[in-house]
Design a protein around this ligand. Structure first.
Ligand SMILES: NC(=O)C1=CN([C@@H]2O[C@H](COP(=O)(O)OP(=O)(O)OC[C@H]3O[C@@H](n4cnc5c(N)ncnc54)[C@H](OP(=O)(O)O)[C@@H]3O)[C@@H](O)[C@H]2O)C=CC1
Ligand SMILES: O=C(O)CCC(=O)C(=O)O
Ligand SMILES: [Mg+2]
Length: 420
């Protein structure tokens, strides 16, 4: 495919996908990346430098990533004559199958809709996978941060994030309100004359494809439990249905059985034989459970908004969103990204923690099967943290730490990577 502004590197090859959805990864894969708005300009080059160093150290030049810049957000708007979301960016992600992105700005209360959400919707990246683990030495607000070790599977394509909403006072909002009152017998809209309306679609298919991934991950990683997190006591036919469809899938597709009469279920891991508990917790209670009894939770499957809240809250327990990685996944595309946003007040200052994006790249390397390079990144990160050479977010809470810039922290990670 030829592109208008995207420059395909002279060297490197495309990753291809086999019929069983496994990847064929060449030794020099072309990987598209979006630099990102705000602090994207700081963290993306550091991520690339760290990844290149880990790959070089692991494979002695036999393997190398050919990075290909693609554009969304402010940089795209400048290049593509005001188009924040160029079609060729989507084409490139589809063509190259694996990519990584920095954060993108979304205006609050008006303006354009989230480009991050649009990427997930357009590419049907229905799973947002956010692992939360503690690195020894990272300052944390809790007493025993090592007890927090969870993996969030956030549904990424439905819920109120679908963007079906109308502003108060518009003809569309009035029409929907009139329809609800006249045709659907709704009498509970408290102030109908001045009311915005949002719609929350949650489907069986959307729920079950997410829960299927989460339960398969629980099995593959030999983990002890899967928790369905929902607010089904209040939103019965969306969040309540998510819980019911989740349990139904566990029973019908994985052979789970009721535990003590239900609703919790159990199954034996078909590979290791170990017991897996499938349980559910109401979302508000979950926010206290993860603080008070974190070691009782392992894999979490939840809806879009709950997952958004829970991922920042859990990240805080292990040191903050400066070190919170993630991936957006469909069955054949993987787009890695940090949990945090553009942190505009720090943009361009070479200050923030690049850890989230670097750890997102570490997930990407594992997705490619380049585990040796991924392991080096973890060792480098551990080494830099143990040496107390860290960015401002950790330094302000760590006794005796040396403050590093964003780029210096990347260099410290590289320095601490053991030689082969
Ligand atoms: N996937 C994406 O692209 C996302 C985009 N966004 C967008 O980002 C913009 C800003 O959102 P906002 O709510 O301020 O959230 P941000 O995540 O951008 O920042 C909130 C705070 O988190 C801390 N933080 C964030 N990133 C880092 C980092 N790399 N290192 C250290 N600390 C960090 C900072 O805290 P402190 O000041 O205390 O040091 C920062 O002020 C919005 O437009 C929002 O829509 C938000 C989330 C995800
Ligand atoms: O799209 C945005 O601006 C925010 C998204 C977000 O907070 C997230 O994905 O965690
Ligand atoms: Mg968020």
């Amino acid at each position: 495919m030829s592109y208008q502004f995207i420059k395909v590197p002279d060297h490197g090859e495309k990753i291809s996908i086999n019929s069983d959805l496994s990847l064929n990864v060449p030794d020099q894969p072309i990987i598209p990346f979006i630099e990102g708005d705000g602090i994207g300009v700081d963290i993306s080059p550091v991520m690339i430098k760290v990844v290149d160093a880990a790959v070089e150290k692991s494979y002695d030049g036999r393997r190398k990533i050919s990075w290909m810049e693609i554009f969304t957000g402010e940089k795209a708007a400048e290049m593509y004559d005001g188009d924040w979301f160029p079609a060729e960016t989507l084409d490139a992600i589809k063509e190259y199958s694996v990519g990584i992105k920095g954060p993108l700005t979304t205006p609050v209360g008006g303006g354009f809709r989230s480009l991050n959400v649009a990427l997930r919707q357009e590419l049907d990246l229905y799973t947002c996978l956010r692992p939360v683990r503690w690195f020894e030495g990272v300052p944390s607000p809790v007493k025993e941060p090592g007890k927090t070790n969870m993996v969030i599977f956030r549904e990424n394509s439905e819920d109120i994030y679908a963007g079906i909403e109308w502003k108060a006072g518009t003809a569309q909002a009035s029409k929907i309100i009139q329809y609800l009152q006249a045709e659907m017998g709704v009498s509970k809209i408290r102030f109908p004359d001045d009311c915005g309306i949002g719609i929350k679609p949650v489907s069986k298919e959307g729920t079950q494809r997410l829960v299927r991934k989460a339960l398969q991950y629980t099995i593959d990683q030999d983990l002890p439990s899967l928790t369905l997190v929902h607010k089904g006591n209040i939103m019965k036919f969306t969040e309540g249905a998510f819980k019911d469809w989740g349990y139904q899938l566990a029973q019908e597709e994985f052979g789970a059985e009721l535990l003590d009469g239900g609703p919790w279920m159990r199954l034996n891991n078909p590979v290791t034989g170990k017991e897996i508990i499938i349980k559910d917790v109401i979302a508000d209670a979950m926010l206290q459970q993860v603080l008070l009894r974190p070691d009782e939770y392992s894999v979490i499957a939840t809806l879009n908004l709950n997952g958004d809240y829970l991922s920042d809250a859990l990240a805080a327990q292990v040191g903050g969103i400066g070190i919170a990685p993630g991936a957006n996944l469909s069955d054949n595309i993987a787009l890695f990204e940090a949990t945090h946003g553009t942190a505009p007040k720090y943009a361009g200052q070479d200050k923030v923690n690049p850890g989230s994006l670097i750890l997102s790249a570490e997930m990407m390397l594992r997705h490619l099967g380049w585990n040796e390079a991924a392991d080096l990144i973890i060792e480098g990160m551990n080494g830099a943290i143990q040496a107390k050479t860290v960015t401002y977010d950790f330094e302000r809470l760590m006794e005796g730490a040396r403050l590093l810039k964003c780029s210096e922290f990347g260099d410290a990670i590289i320095d601490k990577m053991p030689s082969a």
